[in-house]
Design a protein around this ligand. Structure first.
Ligand code: NDP
Ligand code: MG
Length: 328
């Protein structure tokens, strides 16, 4: 894997270029502010009646509506939620995008699943940072950055590579380092990771383990500490040094218990299901389902969120975080 760092990148290609960041949420805010602080000419494009309009103004950025921000821009950064990108693109971006501009993404979803099909006369690039917006901004302000994946889907001007790397540098991502991958690989692995492990897998593990303890008569507060609170402590160890490092750091009893029991929890059947989940991502089943959920007003998603909020582990957690950590 070739890793590109600050010394490998000449960012002078961005001089005099007009960059518009569409969306001012998690990624939009962080990326726009980092670019601005690096001396880049940034305009934020958002809805006139939305929350973000005021937020971007308050941060001292130039703000205009989306269509206006796209007109004349050399680089258009699509930092809107994936599920709205297709609609916003058709209505406001496509009619205003100038020939020879670069269309930039932070995730491969729209291109991989075809919710956006850009014209042939623009560059299509991606900078997918490995961190949420608030972390990107915090680490940038500390003088460093988070790693990122960059990608070139379409190089119409012959300058796509210089532009994408320059953006990486200006946002601090080449300080730790960036590497190249395809839109497709970034998209498939990102979705799979969040479904199987990061967001899907881990919450279901926590939920079911909490229920088992409480149903067996143990106090919910204890169950909360053991199966939810402490996940971070162990994940931090894994993140720092990998699996073996974590096993060395926990007690011998935890190590023996974990190593002998884990494959009964996540079984070969679970692995088979993971393969199916990956297949649904690859063949578009998942993205179609998600886009129609969005188009249908997210009725199921709102219901699932409500169910989750009603769980005992959530109620107990609120109390505990207030009592012990002074936050909700
Ligand atoms: P957010 O949900 O935080 O984006 C919110 C922004 O989008 C707001 O400015 C909001 O404006 C605007 N917006 C929402 N709906 C519409 C609409 N229908 N029309 C116009 N504007 C709208 O997005 P993220 O930052 O989470 O994600 C942006 C991209 O970055 C995605 O491609 C995502 O996959 C990717 N990404 C996200 C990461 C993350 O940690 N969040 C990590 C890596 C990549 P308003 O205030 O007007 O509602
Ligand atoms: Mg991810």
């Amino acid at each position: 894997m070739q890793i590109y760092r600050d010394v490998d990148v000449d960012s002078s290609i961005l001089e005099g270029k007009r960059i518009s960041v569409l969306g001012y949420g998690s990624q939009g805010r962080a990326q726009a502010l980092c670019l601005r602080d690096s001396g880049v000419d940034v305009t934020v494009g958002v809805r006139r009646d939305g929350e973000s309009w005021k937020a971007a103004q308050k941060d001292g950025l130039r703000v205009t509506d989306i269509a206006d921000a796209v007109k004349g821009a050399d680089i258009v950064m699509m930092l809107l939620p994936d599920e709205v990108q297709g609609g916003v693109y058709k209505e406001l971006v496509e009619p205003n995008l100038k020939s020879g501009a670069a269309l930039e993404f932070a995730h491969g979803f729209a291109i991989t699943f075809g919710t956006i099909v850009p014209p042939k006369d623009v560059d299509v690039i991606m900078v997918a940072p490995k961190g949420p917006g608030n972390m990107i901004r915090m680490i940038f302000e500390e003088g460093f950055g988070v790693p990122a994946i960059f990608s070139i889907h379409q190089d119409s001007t012959g300058k796509a590579r210089d532009i994408v790397l320059a953006l990486c540098k200006k946002m601090g991502f080449t300080r730790p380092g960036v590497f190249e991958e395809s839109f497709r690989n970034e998209c498939h692995t990102d979705l799979f990771g969040e479904q199987a492990v990061l967001c899907g897998g881990i919450t279901e593990l926590i939920k079911k383990a909490f229920e088992v303890l409480v149903e067996a008569g143990y106090p919910p507060e204890m169950a909360y500490f053991e199966v939810l609170h402490e996940t971070k402590l162990v994940v931090d160890l894994i993140n720092r040094g990998g699996l073996s490092y974590m096993w060395r750091e926990v007690s011998n009893t935890a190590e023996y218990g974990g190593l002998t029991r884990r494959s009964r929890i996540v079984t070969e059947d679970s692995k088979e299901e993971m393969r199916k989940i990956l297949k649904e991502i690859q063949d578009g089943t998942f993205s179609n389902q998600w886009i129609s959920e969005f188009d249908g007003g997210m009725v199921n998603m709102r219901k699932m969120e409500k169910d989750e909020e009603g769980l005992l582990v959530e109620k107990v957690g609120k109390e505990i975080r207030r009592e012990f950590f002074n936050r909700e």
